[in-house]
Design a protein around this ligand. Structure first.
Ligand SMILES: Cc1ncc(COP(=O)(O)O)c(C=O)c1O
Length: 367
């Protein structure tokens, strides 16, 4: 691609941090993991951070630690990445899809309560594209029904909802550090929580079911190897030092995009304003008619883009879980229109201009 969809931002310091771990004998379960866990927990303002091998692993462990199991129902948006839905299926629970708000594309709190049944065991609120979900009403409904909330903040490191960092508002939060994310560890994730008991359980589950006090060959729980290596943690630690600059830079890029798109009514930009909060600009997603045609025209011209998201309820994997009571009107309306444009830390304003010129040509082809 002439201009890629995303691109990791790796500095000389990042490389040195990883290489220096290779000069030590501790390549896993060591000081870098502890430091990385502390730095993310501090960023979020909670006591516990548990590094895991991916965001998906983190979501899985949250559901497992909450005791979600066969026949239980978990509420989540259909308009999201596959990981949250998969984590529900790993535990043989049933995903129940809730519709989204048309503006932010996040879970619509007004649609949540009608989907709660006696079988509901948890709610997954996703901060879609790094835009904070409307957590106050979501938490009110969850508390009223005694349900835990997992924040899927995989796309939203550093985002703030009404002045509070996302991830630490629900009962459990999960971040992701795949290379397309603003902060990367190569592969990796982090569970954050205020709940000390949950933290103990999740730590054991990610490490083959060993409690902290157990020896290497003591296993009390059915656990997993969902650990994150010292190399990944060293990279994350180095990257997280730059979080403020990275978020500022990405916000400036988003504003630039929206300026460039003024005067192109065929392309609807994402909302820039947010009340008393902060977006973590993970991707820049516009809405266009004839999205698939535009997608092809752009990729044919070397502009990396993606059809974020293909809703879960349309995936064959999830077809058996569809319920006639699921009303996914907004999801259906927007899912065929959303298009993620190239977006990465080191993107230049010239590249944004080039993407927007190519986009203009794609939505207004010469006949
Ligand atoms: C909203 C959301 N949840 C979960 C994940 C899963 O994270 P990972 O790829 O680290 O497993 C992603 C990853 O892109 C995501 O975008």
């Amino acid at each position: 691609m002439r201009i890629p969809l995303s691109s990791p931002d790796i500095t000389a310091d990042d490389i040195e941090a990883v290489v220096s771990v290779l000069r030590t004998p501790r390549l896993s379960i060591g000081p870098k993991m502890e430091e990385f866990e502390r730095s993310i927990a501090d960023l979020v303002g909670v006591p516990h951070g548990i590094a895991v091998s991916s965001g998906t692993a983190g979501l899985h462990l949250c559901l497992r630690a909450l005791g979600v199991g066969e026949g239980d129902e978990v509420l989540l948006p259909s308009f999201t990445f596959i990981a949250a839905g998969n984590a529900v299926l790993y535990e043989r629970a049933r995903p129940v899809f809730v519709d989204i708000e048309p503006r932010t594309l996040n879970l619509d709190p007004g649609q949540l309560e009608r989907s709660i049944t006696p079988k509901t065991r948890a709610i997954i609120a996703v901060h879609t594209f790094g835009h904070p979900a409307d957590l106050d009403p979501i938490m009110d409904i969850a508390r009223k029904h005694g349900l835990p909330v997992i924040e899927d903040a995989c796309e939203a490191i550093g985002a703030r909802y009404r002045g509070r960092p996302v991830g630490g508002i629900g009962d459990l939060g999960v971040f992701g550090f795949y290379p397309n994310k603003p902060i990367t560890t190569g592969e990796g994730g982090m569970v954050v929580t205020r709940d000390s008991q949950m933290a103990v359980t999740i730590r054991a589950l990610r490490n083959q079911g060993r409690m902290e006090s157990d020896g290497w060959l003591d296993h009390r729980l059915l656990g997993y190897n969902y650990r994150l290596s010292e190399l990944n943690c060293a990279l994350g630690l180095e990257q997280i030092k730059r979080i403020d600059d990275i978020l500022d830079r990405r916000e400036a890029l988003a504003i630039r995009y929206s300026e460039e798109l003024q005067g192109m009514p065929e392309v609807i930009p994402p909302p820039l304003e947010i009340r008393d909060g902060r977006v973590c600009w993970f991707v820049y997603v516009v809405r266009v008619e004839n999205r698939d045609t535009i997608f092809k025209r752009l990729t044919d011209q070397g502009i990396g883009c993606a059809r974020y998201f293909a809703p879960l309820h349309r995936q064959p994997l999830f077809a058996p879980y569809l319920n006639p009571r699921d009303d996914l009107k907004i999801t259906e309306q927007v899912a065929g229109k959303t298009l993620a444009l190239p977006f990465f830390n080191r993107m230049t304003t010239e590249q944004i201009h080039e993407v927007c010129c190519t986009l203009r040509g794609a939505v207004r082809p010469k006949t």
